[in-house]
Structure formats: structure tokens, C-alpha cells
Write a protein that binds this ligand. Structure first.
Ligand code: ZN
Length: 425
């Protein structure tokens, strides 16, 4: 696809306009010849392609659950043009060679840009720093480092990692879970429901206390810290305090934490088992407000595909995590746009511009303007659907939205001028 004319899209805040794409970039629509492909975008909103800071692609190592190809196709169907691939694969992305390999898989098989996240510690063991500098200087140009899946609980290692990445404008992304307060078996928000169900509790303090410590270390080192999947009100308070002090911290929230509550767990359905866990509705309200006022900078999916034999177990034994790429924008429209907490301009900020900025991606989150890379998603603000887990590009089926009616926003996704998804085709 080298020549595509998008007719009459609503470029939020800038009125309706045509967009002409040639050789992967936007060019002046007046230059459209007669030989162009046309895409009628009457009534559709055009946003910069979405960027997901937090995707588990499972390749290399667990290609039965997801591959770079299947995961990025799911991403394209969700409106994404770039995903950051978490490091907890097999092998772990903790060397320059491993990072270059993930980037190469993306270049070969990807329906989006695939940007490797580097591990902070070797083998995610939380003991010894991984090759941060070599990963940053490699052709994969790693800027985001995370032991996600595990909390980087050693304060001294966190300090050294933050000091190290400052040299190349990197960021440490923390999965905040104090291992003493919430160990590996903790699987339900600690409260009335965990007591009633007899499930090991995961208290909000296990998240907020680690974030409180880490923002202090970020201030000490004057380095960049990012908080993964914020799930509770206490953490929002800490981040708000840190931002008021001009500490260099950013944060993300996952779509499921904007909508689902601990009540889902009452039926012991492992589809709702996720880490951090679903929280009571008062936390959900605070997370929505924090995303609206910018205390939380970005939405990130934490897309976590799992094969059946890992997920179909009793609640306490099942794997943590849920799919998210295909439904993220739908959930944001339902929880944030319909309630007037966010405008479309804000959605572009929270799902494209800010995540691209946090990850320092030069070609993503850019304006839809002449000369810029053609990364765009066309959105129908009114369409709705009943989610069917079998209508998915993912190789996994752990979809918590199955059977629910949600918006059906994504009409077409274009990455670097290439149509990577088009509804009904
Ligand atoms: Zn995590």
C-alpha cells in the first residue's frame, strides 16, 4: 500500500479533513492522483496510532500462548501501531542479543512496531543488573526496562538501575508488589471478599508502599521512573504527591482496572485472576479520575495471553492475567468517553502521545500532519458489539470481556502507511 486517501475524517480539535498517505508518510491531500485507494472516513474520528507500553507477546518461549505475529495482529485490531514487548519471555530479554532478536521478530512478523523492553535484573532474579547499557546502545535501542511479573524489591538495585539509565534517557518501569506484604500466592484484593472466599489477600499497601519508596529513589537519582498497572487509590495519592514535587514519575492504568471490580471474583472464575488484582469500586472511581486529571499518564493493556492448560484451574492455582489489546480502546470509550471524563483529544494523549513519549519512540504519537509517519487509527464513536472471545487474533482465549456489550470503535489501523486492520475485510 503506497497510496491511500482517507476521506473526511474528524481530526479531533482540527475539524474534518482528508489525509493522503504515500510511502509511509502523510503528504498534501491536494497531490492525490486518480490511482489512489480511497477509504471513506465520513463520521469517523482519526487518532494517532495507539501505543501499548505493556504487552506480553510470549515469544520466544511460549508460542502456544501467543506469538509476535498473533499478538501484534491482535494489537492492530485494537488500533495499536506500536507495542512494548515485556521482557519475561524464555529466554528473558536481559541481553543486547535477546533484545535485538525480539526486534527482529517484530520486523519480520509484526503488524505493529515491536519495541523490546529490557529486563532490569539478569533472569528477572532481582539480584544483579542486566546489560542495561548494551541493550540501550544495541540496534534495538532499548529505553524501557522492567522486571514486570516481579517487583524490583531491592531498593539498592532500584537506585543503581535508575542511576544507570539516566545516561541514555531510559526509564525503569516498576511492577509494584511488596513481596512480604503480597507474596506469589496473593491473588485477591485483601478485604471482605478475600476473607469470604478464603483466597490469599493482596493489600493495596503492598503496591502503594513500593511506589512511595521508588518515587523517593527517583528524586534522589533525578532519574525516570514509571509505575506499571496502578490498581489502587493509595498509589494514586503517592503519585500525585510525587508529581507535585516535580519528581520524574509517570504511571499507567490497565483497562480492566478501569471497569472490573473485586465482585467479579465472587464466582471463583479464574478469567478474573490478574496481578495486581481487581479492586473494589471506590478504587476504580479514583483510577478513572486520576486518568482524567493526568495523575495517571497512560492506558496500558498488560495483555497477558495464557494457554488453556495454564488458565483453566481452580482460582488459587490458575495463571495471572487477561487479554487486553483488542478491547482496550472499547473499555476506555465505555468508561472514560461516555462519562465525559476524557475527550477524544485526551484519549490520543493517554493512549498514543504519552506512551510514545515515555518510551521515547520518535515515530509514534505524532500529529496527523504532512511529513509525519502515517500511523493512524480510524474510530467509529457510536458502534457497539457483544464481545466474542473466539473472534480474536490472539492464540489465547482468556478474555474477561466475553459476552459483554461494549463499544466497537476500531474501523481501520494504518501503521507506517500499511493497512494492518480494516473492519469487514
Ligand atoms: Zn506486572
Amino acid at each position: 500500500m503506497t497510496n491511500l486517501l482517507i476521506r473526511g475524517a474528524d481530526l479531533v480539535g482540527r475539524g474534518r479533513s482528508d489525509l493522503l498517505i504515500r510511502n509511509g508518510r502523510f503528504v498534501d491531500p491536494a497531490e492525490a492522483g486518480t490511482d489512489v485507494d480511497r477509504l471513506d472516513a465520513d463520521g469517523l474520528v482519526a487518532l494517532p496510532g495507539l501505543v501499548d507500553l505493556h504487552t506480553h507477546l510470549r515469544e520466544p518461549g511460549r508460542e502456544d500462548a501467543e506469538t509476535v505475529q498473533s499478538g501484534t495482529l491482535a494489537a492492530a485490531r485494537g488500533g495499536f501501531t506500536a507495542v512494548l514487548a515485556m521482557a519475561n519471555t524464555t529466554p528473558v530479554t536481559d541481553t543486547a542479543e535477546a533484545a535485538v532478536h525480539v526486534a527482529a521478530l517484530g520486523a519480520r512478523d509484526g503488524y505493529t512496531q515491536v519495541v523490546p523492553v529490557g529486563a532490569v535484573s539478569k533472569g528477572l532474579d532481582g539480584v544483579e543488573l542486566a546489560e542495561l547499557g548494551l541493550m540501550a546502545r544495541s540496534s534495538a535501542r532499548v529505553r524501557v526496562f522492567s522486571d514486570d511479573g516481579h517487583c524490583l524489591s531491592d531498593a539498592r538495585l532500584m537506585r543503581r538501575a535508575l542511576e544507570y539509565v539516566r545516561a541514555f534517557d531510559g526509564v525503569i518501569a516498576q511492577h509494584a508488589q511488596d513481596p512480604q506484604l503480597a507474596g506469589v500466592s496473593a491473588c485477591c484484593h485483601e478485604g471482605e471478599i478475600s476473607g469470604k472466599l478464603g483466597l490469599p489477600g493482596w493489600p493495596a499497601a503492598a503496591e502503594a508502599s513500593v511506589v512511595a519508596r521508588d518515587v523517593q529513589i527517583a528524586e534522589l537519582t533525578r532519574s525516570r521512573l514509571h509505575i506499571c498497572h496502578v490498581s489502587c487509590a493509595e498509589t494514586v495519592d503517592v503519585i500525585r504527591w510525587a508529581k507535585q514535587r516535580d519528581i520524574n514519575v509517570t504511571a499507567e492504568v490497565a483497562p480492566h482496572h478501569l471497569m472490573l471490580t473485586t465482585n467479579e471474583v465472587l464466582g471463583y472464575d479464574p478469567i478474573y485472576k490478574v496481578n495486581p488484582p481487581l479492586r473494589p469500586s471506590e478504587h476504580v472511581e479514583v483510577l478513572r479520575e486520576a486518568l482524567a486529571d493526568g495523575t495517571i499518564d497512560a492506558v496500558a493493556t498488560d495483555h497477558a495471553p495464557h494457554a488453556r492448560h495454564d488458565k483453566d484451574h481452580a482460582f488459587a492455582e490458575a495463571a495471572f492475567g487477561m487479554l487486553g489489546l483488542e478491547t482496550a480502546l472499547a473499555v476506555v470509550v465505555e468508561t472514560m468517553i461516555k462519562s465525559d471524563l476524557l475527550s477524544w483529544t485526551d484519549v490520543a494523549k493517554r493512549m498514543s502521545i504519552m506512551p510514545a513519549h515515555i518510551a521515547r519512540l520518535a515515530d509514534q504519537g505524532r500529529p496527523l500532519a504532512v511529513g509525519e509517519p502515517a500511523n493512524v487509527v480510524l474510530v467509529d464513536p457510536a458502534a457497539r458489539q457483544v464481545i466474542d472471545r473466539n473472534d480474536s487474533a490472539s492464540l489465547s482465549r482468556n478474555n474477561p470481556w466475553h459476552g459483554r456489550e461494549l463499544p466497537d470503535p476500531v474501523v481501520a489501523t494504518i501503521w507506517a502507511g500499511r493497512v494492518t486492520f480494516r473492519k469487514g475485510r
